[in-house]
Design a protein around this ligand. Structure first.
Ligand code: SF4
Ligand code: SF4
Length: 224
């Protein structure tokens, strides 16, 4: 899931100082789990904006904020409130904000959140970054632990010389990613495999941006 955190309120107020009326759009997926795009978050921001003398014409939680067509359809019943608002505030990730930019061609759209990383929820509203979306996964060779993400240096054949007592040189409060990989491979009785398969220099061509993907089968494939 995409991890977001609320922007500093004063920063938001500075960004929207030229507008008086707003419509708020949350997202029921990642942003709700992060507490940044839920109905409660919309209610809280509505109160905070009103306290600053702003008008909130309405708000709703989109099912999937980054889904352009779905969100556009969901917004139809809110036409009147949307027409009355000078500006749209998006309470989701950057992808959701840019879906709104596409939907509202003639209205300003502002994000209320900062998008941080792709994360795992380890406990309620506690998140860890585990994958950097490199485009060519090597977890099959590293015991299911990503050195590109778990190691601050992204070292592919570690550990580096700074590893001390199993801890990371850069962030001593975390275990060295390569110690974790070693211990996992040992538990799986795959240490020889780890030794025999030194990782080659990373080919970053799969992460050149912007990336696109057509996941649905082509018509020809469907016919088969
Ligand atoms: S190797 Fe790449 S795709 Fe796989 S977990 Fe790491 S960053 Fe993500
Ligand atoms: S100590 Fe381990 S996790 Fe930290 S930078 Fe070196 S190899 Fe990476």
């Amino acid at each position: 899931m995409i991890i977001t955190k609320k922007k500093d309120f004063q920063e938001l107020m500075e960004n929207i100082k030229g507008y008086k009326s707003f419509f708020l759009i949350g997202c029921s997926e990642c942003a709700s789990l992060c507490g940044t795009g839920s109905q409660e978050a919309i209610d809280a921001l509505t109160e905070a904006l009103k306290a600053e003398g702003k008008e909130v014409t309405g708000g709703f939680v989109a099912k999937t904020g980054c889904q352009v067509l779905g969100t556009k359809t969901e917004l139809k019943p809110f036409k009147e409130q949307l027409d009355k608002s000078e500006c749209i505030l998006i309470m989701s990730c950057g992808a959701g904000t840019q879906a709104a930019t596409e939907i509202f061609e003639d209205k300003p759209v502002y994000p209320t959140n900062d998008s941080l990383f792709l994360g795992n929820m380890t406990r309620f509203q506690m998140f860890d970054e585990r994958c950097s979306l490199c485009g060519k996964c090597i977890l099959d060779k590293t015991g299911g632990i990503c050195p590109l993400t778990a190691c601050p240096k992204g070292i592919l054949n570690g550990p580096c010389g700074g590893c001390k007592d199993g801890k990371c040189e850069v962030s001593p409060d975390i275990k060295c990613a390569w110690v974790r990989i070693y211990e996992r491979m040992k538990r799986l009785d795959k240490l020889q495999e780890l030794c025999d398969n030194a990782l080659e220099a990373k080919d970053w061509s799969a992460s050149i941006k912007p990336r696109t993907l057509v996941a649905r089968p082509h018509k020809e494939e469907k016919k088969k």
